[in-house]
Design a protein around this ligand. Structure first.
Ligand code: PEP
Length: 256
């Protein structure tokens, strides 16, 4: 049975105390869901205390960001090796990192490789901006971001990677964000699956592909049933525990 992934990206919200209260509330209602992997990505400082509070059978942690070197003179950075035993996943290449912090495909590629090297599963985010979509560049952008992000990933390591398709224009933090239609997402999912196949052949079929962009309890069901989509990456709605739990419940019902 293929897993469905429900990932909550808290971004730069909830301090350590608030994160712990949220987690307490979540764990009270969260049952072991066979076939559904629930993951939350709190701020870096909250990862370690939350790692002591979670029950890994029900919930896993993801880092939102890290530096690709394992140690050294990089003042202010957190290495992925320091997150070993704390986080099981790490978000890489989120559009807010690409566009606000100017991360390039080269940086992203190194982060993907560093995560794999440290046995942490990278969730590689890709997606076109509004203007790229308008100019018909979606296919090229997705191809370039996949090739750029995965160029150091061997066929053998491919099973350690998750891809998240997040059209930048549909992310709630984007000015004037709008909801992506399931047909639009399906078209991009096909492009991504085709490109992965071109890069890795049949082995690419097993790569989990998530959708992210203004997901909420009202639209999550429709997004989860798009063929080729194996889960959701959720920003804003994941900050409301009741909404996040509603989405997890929906995922349980559509488990493949
Ligand atoms: C995200 O940050 O990855 C995201 C999809 O955010 P939102 O759900 O708020 O659009």
């Amino acid at each position: 049975m293929a897993k469905t992934y429900i990932v909550g990206n808290w971004k730069m919200n909830l301090n350590v105390g608030e994160s712990s209260i949220y987690l307490h509330k979540l764990l009270k209602r969260l049952k072991i869901a066979r076939g559904v992997e629930v993951i939350i990505a709190p701020t870096t400082i909250a990862l370690q205390p939350l790692s002591l509070q979670i029950d890994r059978k029900r919930l896993k942690l993801a880092a939102q960001n890290f530096y690709y070197q394992d140690f050294g003179a990089y003042t202010g950075e957190t290495s992925i090796s320091a997150l070993k035993g704390i986080a099981d996943y790490a978000i890489v290449g989120h559009s807010e990192r690409r566009y606000i912090f100017k991360e390039t495909d080269k940086d992203i590629n190194k982060k993907v490789a560093a995560a794999i090297r440290n046995n942490i599963t990278p969730i590689l985010c890709i997606g076109e901006t509004e203007s790229e979509k308008i100019f018909g560049e979606t296919k090229d952008v997705l191809r370039d971001q996949l090739i750029g992000g995965l160029s150091e990933v061997s066929l053998e390591d491919l099973k350690k990677v998750i891809i998240a398709y997040e059209p930048v224009w549909a992310i709630s933090s984007t000015k004037g964000a709008r909801l992506a239609a399931p047909d639009d997402i399906a078209a991009s999912v096909n492009i991504i699956r085709e490109q992965l196949k071109a890069l890795y052949g049949k082995a690419a079929e097993g790569i989990p592909l998530l959708y992210g962009g203004s997901v909420n309890p009202s639209n999550a069901g429709a997004y989860l049933t798009i063929p080729g989509v194996n889960g959701l990456l959720i920003g804003g709605s994941s900050l409301i525990a009741d909404h996040f739990i509603d989405i997890i419940d929906l995922a349980k019902r559509v488990v493949r």
